[in-house]
Design a protein around this ligand. Sequence first.
Ligand code: C2E
Ligand code: CA
Ligand code: CA
Ligand code: CA
Length: 280
Amino acid sequence: AKEQGRNQFHFFNDQMQSDAERTAKLTNALKLAIENDAFELHYQPIVCAKQHRIRHVEALIRWRHDGRLVRPDEFISAAEASGLIIELGRWVRVEAMKTLLEFQALELDIGMSINVSTFEFWSHNLQDCLINSITETATKICSTGFPFHRLTLEITESLLMKEQVHLINSLSQLRKLGIKIAIDDFGTGYSSLSYLSEFPVDIIKIDKSFIRDVNDKKQAALVSAVVALSRALNLDVTVEGVESHLQLAFVSEKEVDSIQGYFFHKPLEKTALLEVLTKH
Ligand code: C2E
Ligand code: CA
Ligand code: CA
Ligand code: CA
């Protein structure tokens, strides 16, 4: 047993070392990628539930690495752990806000959603740092008044875990500018529903796991309950992950406001997106 214990210990140790090495390598590669401008944004259209018209897009980061397109699930947590998410988040906002101005120049009435990591939100030690970064970017790239009312920031439930006066203030300030706040991946966190009335938010995005199986009665009941609650609190509801006719039929019955999913559009490169939008 002692022998075995020692082996396990060794194994565990080696495992940890290679994890640490892997993280270090990834972190270095991310640093280089930031220097070399190796990131790009793709944009996934979000359609209104009634007419299926594109009203909005969500900016989703990609990393061009070794000739392949790396998706965020593979590097966002490393970026958060290393603090690189601050720089990356800023890059995403500048890029997405510039694209929003392009929409405006083309007279397209389309909004832009940007993901903000919880880590990124808290790492700004001044409560108003995120808003400063956004307003500075806005004045830098637009002299005629940035269309903040077309901008949505997507945050996750983990940010709302504890009610926080600072957080409520920051979100309120952002909303005063006209920016909308969406709660992403709704239903996957552990917090209570009560914060929905406490925090200044505008949109609930129901996580795709809740519509994976439309025959699951519990999930269907949950979707209905969230829609009813959102109605009562005057929030908009977006459903994510609609891939099939069946799922579309299911969410169409629930009176949601907007739908996002491969059924309508996958995330698109900017040129492809602009083509879709100008033809729409
Ligand atoms: P998310 O914010 O929940 O974004 C939606 C994800 O679902 C995207 O994955 C999108 O491609 C995928 N998706 C959309 N429609 C469907 C569908 O019908 N079926 C399925 N199976 N998937 C669908 P993606 O682009 O790989 O992004 C993964 C996550 O990475 C995002 O989840 C978000 O949490 C994070 N992320 C992406 N871009 C950024 C960013 O710029 N900053 C930060 N902090 N996080 C980001
Ligand atoms: Ca999102
Ligand atoms: Ca989501
Ligand atoms: Ca997610």
